[in-house]
Design a binder for this molecule. Sequence first.
Ligand code: CP3
Length: 358
Amino acid sequence: MSLAPAPVPPTSPAESDLVRAARGLPVSRTPVWFMRQAGRSLPEYRSLRAGTVMLDACQDPDMVTEITLQPVRRHGVDAAILFSDIVLPLVVAGMDVEIKPGIGPVIDEPVRSVADVDALPSLEPEALGFLQTAVRQLVAELGATPLIGFAGAPFTLATYLIEGGPSKEHARTKAFMYAEPEAWGRLLDKLAVSAAIFLRAQVDAGAAAVQLFDSWAGVLSAADYAERVLPHSRAVFDGLGDRERGERDVPRIHFGVGTGELLPLIGDAGADVVGVDWRIPLDEAARRVGQQRSLQGNLDPAVLLADRATVDREVRRIVEQGKAARGHIFNLGHGVLPDTDPGVLTHVAELVHELTAS
Ligand code: CP3
């Protein structure tokens, strides 16, 4: 909650409302951005992407720059999120991953044994030049608007590697976790190292904040998450550098879907901001997470498909409930759905700003 007078309009990403809210400092108005704001519902994205495979687009710095900027120009959001994908570090390391349109990441030879884990290639930082070029171009274009870098958390990446593609139950993943604890630990260690390299490259090139996506962690019990997953996610944040010494000291956002029961642990993994989905109200999330961390969320993306009165009512509710948190970054509870009318996103960004301007 910010009772102190609002600062002057932000003049740099480090002084932006997004970074301030993430640190629990007073803001000029509640910052807002949307998970999956790049791509998805924008016609200008579809025309630019036409004829280019998703994973090629992610490795073309000019295309990454333009797609990342599109939603910032259109919606007036308070942050850009780099156009990329959580599987990109695996692809750059040389794994055989494809993104099938409308389906998601698919792997031809899933990881099913200890030998498969040991055979996985490692990510070399030197292979991320294209990414750093894109981030530097973006930082130059964005001015005072912060760029959020991101990576997939070890657990969520492991689900794709083990299942071979998207899955609802993640049963094979859990079976591997229980049956092969040592190989599981080695797999998540490897994924943590590559996620940290991927994040470091983005922060070194100028990203002002990072988000670790553990989208599917909500399928785990708190006990399993704490014992078998959290240490690896913590290793990703730790791998960013020593904050006490000022190394890559940018705000860290940590998000998963359906994580109501895991929220305190998601914070403990090393986050400044805990992402919350729509299943639990932000005032309750604030009680669970405490006043040491800020919250991000949590409009149900399906609400954006409803009538304007419903959208406005839900936005107002979330802005109110968000006041219970140390700091609040307005966002959806998960990614923008492909059928969303972009005009509604622009409206939500404007409404949040209007309701919270001091
Ligand atoms: O947020 C943004 O707009 C930035 C870009 C971004 C993408 N993927 C681009 C993308 C980000 C942050 C992601 C993260 C991501 N990717 C997650 C975590 C976030 C979440 O939604 O839980 C996950 C689980 C993935 C894996 C993935 N990639 C899936 C499940 C899909 C298929 C679903 C779909 O939208 O078709 C992708 C493909 C993908 N990633 C697309 C985009 C724009 C669509 C590809 C296309 O347009 O052909």
